[in-house]
Design a protein around this ligand. Structure first.
Ligand code: SAH
Length: 218
């Protein structure tokens, strides 16, 4: 189960505690079991999941925006990526797992109950709707999103969730120039800017990634 997870994390400069790695194995077993009755992931081999789900999810920690105890919302979390691996690696994070598909949220509620997390909530809804509500608007230090939407849409949905000075980490493939360009107007309108684009290579030839870090201006 998830062989080499710790080694591959270390290659990227991320150190996992034994407890975190065990938790990821347990969670992956839950994903695979639930995947039999609903569509959660098309990746089902342990080897592929190790890098493409788990190591990939944890790369966002390299951005430096996850300071101790930050309040995070993972928008369009699906089966829980990157949110659940992040919480396992960093128990101090306060987390909302948000998805527009109810059956996925129900699965995530089982995961939260299984780990007994008091500071994680799985919520059914759309980011752009919740972002207008009190308690959500401007309430988060960090928003994460992987494979959810193009950057222009993503910033429109997610920047309003951020406190001034907060960050969106959009997990993208190698080519982000066109998306960055297309998001320019939306960023300006929302009072946000691209603070960094971090490019990295996943282990085991799993491909190149870009982490687009957007900051809501203070
Ligand atoms: N982040 C996960 C899932 C990606 S699939 C991963 O990388 O594995 C995209 C998910 O985003 C779906 O589960 C879909 O229900 C959700 N989604 C799409 N638009 C959304 C929105 N506006 N608000 C919240 N969730 C959304």
């Amino acid at each position: 189960m998830l062989i080499g997870l710790e080694e591959h994390c270390r290659e990227l400069g991320l150190e996992l505690s034994p407890g975190a790695a065990d938790g990821m194995r347990e969670y992956w077993r839950m994903v695979l079991a639930a995947n039999e009755r609903m569509n959660l992931t098309r990746i089902t081999s342990d080897e592929e999941a190790t890098v493409k789900h788990f190591v990939d999810s944890l790369t966002v920690l390299l951005t430096g925006v996850f300071t101790p105890g930050v309040r995070v919302v993972d928008v369009g979390t699906g089966a829980g990526f990157p949110g659940v691996p992040l919480k396992l690696a960093r128990p101090d994070l306060r987390l909302v797992l948000l998805d527009a598909t109810l059956k996925r949220v129900r699965f995530l509620q089982e995961v939260v109950a299984h780990f007994g997390w008091a500071d994680v909530e799985a919520v059914h809804g759309r980011a752009e709707e919740l972002a207008r509500r009190p308690g959500w608007a401007g309430a988060f230090d960090v928003v994460t999103a992987r494979a959810v939407a193009q950057l222009d849409k993503l910033v429109t949905w997610c920047v309003p969730l951020l406190r001034p000075g907060g960050h969106l980490v959009a997990m993208k493939g190698p080519d982000v120039d066109a998306e960055l360009k297309a998001a320019g107007k939306a960023l300006k309108r929302l009072g946000a800017r691209v603070a960094a684009v971090e490019r990295l290579v996943l282990p085991k030839g799993a491909g190149r990634r870009s982490l687009v870090v957007v900051e809501r201006e203070a």
